[in-house]
Write a protein of this length. Structure first.
Length: 663
């Protein structure tokens, strides 16, 4: 396989000393059966996940595998996700229990009980129906972290319309590409939102996206900013609050969806420039997120649970909205950033809300570490019972810091490995059972068959690097890509699968190591995807944004390890006629990346070079560029047509480094 990022290179991946979960935790854990790993030995074992849901029609078969890898879970069953997240808790007498505790950027606070959420979801569902949204029509949601975002998701789920949430920070062009690919004719958005205290215009991005689309769009606009940013509604645009008033008090019967019907699609970066529309099911997805919220995150209905992610990505879908609400708990939703108005903001929220379970990403933990322990120390964090980590590997040092400074040495940490495509957690310790090894995510969850294999699919020896594959299906798995089944097969089921022998092994795109106890340490992506602050970006997509800039001849993008962000974007660029106008081009490059993808993809460095290093067949050797960026051994360069260029690039980076140190 083409290992563009060069994970074949040796790389130390130490793990810290193993630790057992504290007895106080084990005594109250949701899952304590030590035999669960062995007992979970057939597809039917997943019934315990499905049992956490309310089904309209019971399913006949747990797993149908005739059309592998197009697996079907809980077939014959019907259910509705919004019913599972709302109605059934109300029917169980938990109307006044808090469903969402929202903490706004400007210190605003809002509380939604399950009844409040039910009322608003129903009103919006009625309005969407009235606008013409039918079952299976894709509704795009382009909202920041305000309560209307989960409300819109649940309203779509109620009427059987799959939602496609686009992260609010993505550009107009990214929005248009996603709406176009999904042929989405309905959009829920807002006028704008606050960024570090300033009013930021979201609606103008929407206007630009709609101009770029070939089809008409009906838009609902939430007025978030009021007088801080007046806006005018055009043709086909309705005000969210007006619609709610119009449909005030209306209810909509939840549509019974087949377990295999699409609940949502979520675009994510793939190995080519085109984002992939990952399709998730209703039954299998919901069962898997509810089960892992229960078994891994140890969520209880009476908990206050906080996943500090953005709902615009899969983590928020699964573990801010669907998992916790399916279990009937209180989920905290935070709109702001960790350092505004000050660096104790998150700990103040934990303290004030007596948060029981806190789930975040290593990039955030590294930032907390850098800021210093005095910020968490200002607050009482003793309500915390369990901590979670997701999005990238967490090394032992930040693990220890998180454990001591946030968890007071008394909370187990679950390091959860999963992906947009897996839908829910697939590798993690079970906090009430398994020993923790800082730096290693843990064993595959019960029922998950994760393996680390070499190119030929043979399992590697303990300690050796290999490819992480999932050799058995699981309920939360993506069913296909909205772009088509062929691309789904191509992206995940060609590398280690063999139709001849009916072997279907899902390829994750990650490299990993496994130890004697079956604990998996994830090393990172081996494809053209890089992970910047826990966000997944396609190097190809960034390259094509750069290639569009006047004066740029060619571009190659790689990741460079960074303490702060996990990975930074490094762009190597050659210019036409070796243009002298470096600063202007650099500015244009940054501007183009921000406008085509979004500020999250902004290059940390743009390095100009007369040529990019290429093989004799003309392929850019990105692995080499990654090695240069990371100051590592270059390995074999004999395949290069222009080896001399490597020295020039190294010199260039050296100069930049010195210049930065001087500044
Ligand atoms: C990629 C998936 C899963 C939700 C957030 C990201 C990396 C994720 C871990 C972890 C090491 C991790 C992998 C994976 N990743 N969790 N605990 N340890 N790496 O979802 O955007 O689909 O990205 O994130 O590289 O392939 P995503």
């Amino acid at each position: 396989m083409d290992d563009r990022n060069g994970w074949g290179r040796e790389r130390p991946a130490p793990t810290g000393l193993p630790r057992n979960p504290p007895t106080s935790f084990v005594e109250q854990a949701n899952v304590t059966n030590e035999r669960i790993h062995e007992e979970f030995d057939e597809p039917a074992s997943w019934e315990r996940a499905a049992d956490l849901l309310a089904w309209d029609e019971p399913y006949d078969t747990v797993l149908e595998d005739e059309e592998a890898p197009f697996y079907r879970w809980f077939t014959g069953g019907t259910l509705n996700a919004s019913f599972n997240c709302l109605d059934r808790h109300i029917e169980a007498g938990r109307k006044t229990h808090t469903a969402i505790r929202w903490e706004g950027k400007r210190g605003e606070r809002e509380t939604y009980t399950y009844q409040d959420l039910f009322v608003e979801v129903n009103e919006l569902a009625a309005a969407l129906r009235d606008l013409g949204v039918g079952e299976d029509d894709v509704v795009t949601i382009y909202l920041p972290m305000i309560p209307e975002l989960p409300i819109a998701m649940l309203a779509c789920a109620r009427i059987g319309a799959p939602h496609s949430v686009v992260f609010a920070g993505l550009s107009a062009e990214a929005l248009a590409t996603r709406m176009d690919a999904a042929e989405s004719e309905y959009l829920l958005t807002c006028d704008g939102y606050y960024r570090r205290g300033d009013a930021f215009n979201q609606k103008s991005k929407v206007d630009n996206a709609c101009i770029a689309l070939d089809h008409d769009v009906q838009t609902i606009v939430v007025d978030r900013l009021g007088d801080d940013l007046p806006h005018v509604l055009g043709d086909g645009e309705r005000d969210y609050h007006d619609l709610r008033e119009e449909f005030s008090g209306e209810t909509v019967d939840p549509v019974a969806r087949d377990a295999e019907d699409m609940l949502f699609l979520m675009y994510t970066s793939g190995t080519t420039g085109e984002p992939k529309g990952v399709v998730h099911s209703t039954g299998g997805y919901l069962a898997h997120v509810a089960w892992t919220s229960h078994a891994v995150l140890d969520v209880k209905p009476e908990d206050t649970y906080w996943c500090a992610a953005d709902i615009g990505w899969i983590t928020g879908h699964s573990y801010i909205v669907y998992g916790p609400l399916a279990l009937g708990t209180t989920t905290v939703m935070y709109e702001g950033t960790p350092d505004y108005p000050d660096r104790a903001r998150l700990w103040e929220i934990v303290d004030r809300n007596a948060v029981d379970v806190f789930y975040t990403a290593p990039t955030a933990i590294r930032a907390f570490m850098k800021w210093g322990a005095e910020y968490p120390a200002k607050h009482d964090l003793s309500s915390l019972r369990l901590l979670g980590s997701v999005g990238e590997p967490i090394s032992p040092r930040p693990w220890d810091w998180y454990h001591e400074r946030i968890g007071g040495g008394e909370c187990p940490i679950v390091d959860t490995w999963w992906q947009t495509e897996t839908g829910a957690i697939t590798v993690s310790t079970l906090p009430g059972i398994d020993e923790m090894k800082p730096g290693s995510a843990g064993p595959p969850l019960p029922g998950i068959d994760a393996r680390v294999v070499d190119d030929s699919g043979t399992e590697v020896a303990p300690g050796e690097a290999g490819y992480l594959v999932l050799a058995r299906p699981w309920p939360g798995m993506a069913r296909t890509l909205y772009d088509g089944d062929d691309r789904f097969l191509e992206e995940y089921w060609t590398q280690f699968s063999d139709p001849e022998t009916d072997r279907w092994w899902y390829f994750s795109g990650d490299a990993a190591r496994i130890d004697e106890d079956g604990y998996i340490t994830v090393l990172g992506r081996i494809d053209d995807v890089i992970n910047v602050s826990g966000r997944r970006l396609s190097t190809m997509e960034i390259e094509s944004a750069i290639a569009g800039v006047d004066g740029v001849a060619e571009a190659a993008v790689v990741g460079r390890s960074s303490d702060a962000n996990g990975t930074d974007v490094y762009a190597y660029v050659s210019t036409e006629g070796h243009s002298e106008n470096g600063d202007a081009i650099r500015e244009a490059i940054v501007e183009s990346v921000e406008s085509t993808i979004g500020p999250i993809a902004r290059p940390a460095e743009v390095i100009f070079t007369p040529e990019l290093p290429k093989t004799r067949s003309g392929k850019i050797m990105r692995r080499l560029l990654a090695a240069v960026a990371n100051d590592e051994e270059l390995g074999d360069t004999s395949a290069l047509r222009n080896p001399e260029i490597v020295g020039e690039i190294q010199a260039e980076i050296g100069d930049e480094g010195e210049a930065n140190e001087r500044n």
